[in-house]
Design a protein around this ligand. Structure first.
Ligand code: CMP
Length: 140
C-alpha cells in the first residue's frame, strides 16, 4: 500500500554536506519527497519529538545531539514507505548496519547516526503531524 513516513536528516549528515546524496537514495528507491524543510530544533521540539524515549539513559545525549545543528525533516511517500525507508537507512547502530545503507555509509555512532525514520504507521502519523500541517504536504 502507499504509505507516508517521516524522515529526518540529522545534524551530523547536514554538517557533512550529505543532504543531496541522502535525498538521492530516497528518490532512486522510488520514494517521493512530498514535503521538506530545514529546521534548527529547539530543546522543547526535540524533547517532544522523542518523548517516547524520555526515560532512556541516552535521552539527554539524543536531545543535545538533535539540537546541535540544523536538520532536514521530510515526508516520504511510496509503496511500503515506512519499511522501504528503514531498509535504506540500515540498523540504528551503524556498526550493525548493512553495507550500502545510509547509516553504514554516513553515520559515525549510534548517536550521530545520520537519519531517523518512523518505525510504524502510528509513529509515522504522529511524527508527520509533529512537523507538518496537512497543507504543507504536496501529494503527487
Ligand atoms: P532514532 O531512529 O532517531 O531514534 C532514537 C535515537 O536515539 C536513535 O535513532 C539513536 O540515534 C539514539 N540512540 C542512542 N542510543 C541508543 C540506544 N541504545 N538504542 C536506541 N537508540 C539510541
Amino acid at each position: 500500500a502507499t504509505e507516508r513516513t517521516l524522515s529526518i536528516i540529522k545534524p551530523d549528515a547536514v554538517a557533512k554536506n550529505a543532504i543531496g546524496e541522502i535525498e538521492s537514495r530516497f528518490e532512486k528507491a522510488g520514494l517521493k519527497i512530498v514535503a521538506a524543510k530545514m529546521l534548527q530544533l529547539s530543546q522543547e521540539q526535540a524533547e517532544g519529538f522523542y518523548a517516547e524515549h524520555s526515560e532512556r539513559p541516552f535521552f539527554g545525549a539524543l536531545v543535545g545531539f538533535m539540537t546541535s545543528g540544523p536538520v532536514v525533516v521530510q515526508v516520504l511517500e511510496g509503496e511500503n514507505a515506512i519499511a522501504a525507508n528503514r531498509d535504506l537507512m540500515g540498523a540504528t547502530n551503524p556498526k550493525e548496519a548493512e553495507a550500502g545503507t545510509i547509516r553504514a555509509d554516513f553515520a559515525e555512532s549510534i548517536d550521530a547516526n545520520a537519519v531517523h525514520g518512523s518505525d510504524s504507521p502510528e509513529s509515522a502519523a504522529r511524527e508527520i503531524a509533529y512537523f507538518f500541517e496537512d497543507s504543507e504536504i504536496c501529494s503527487r
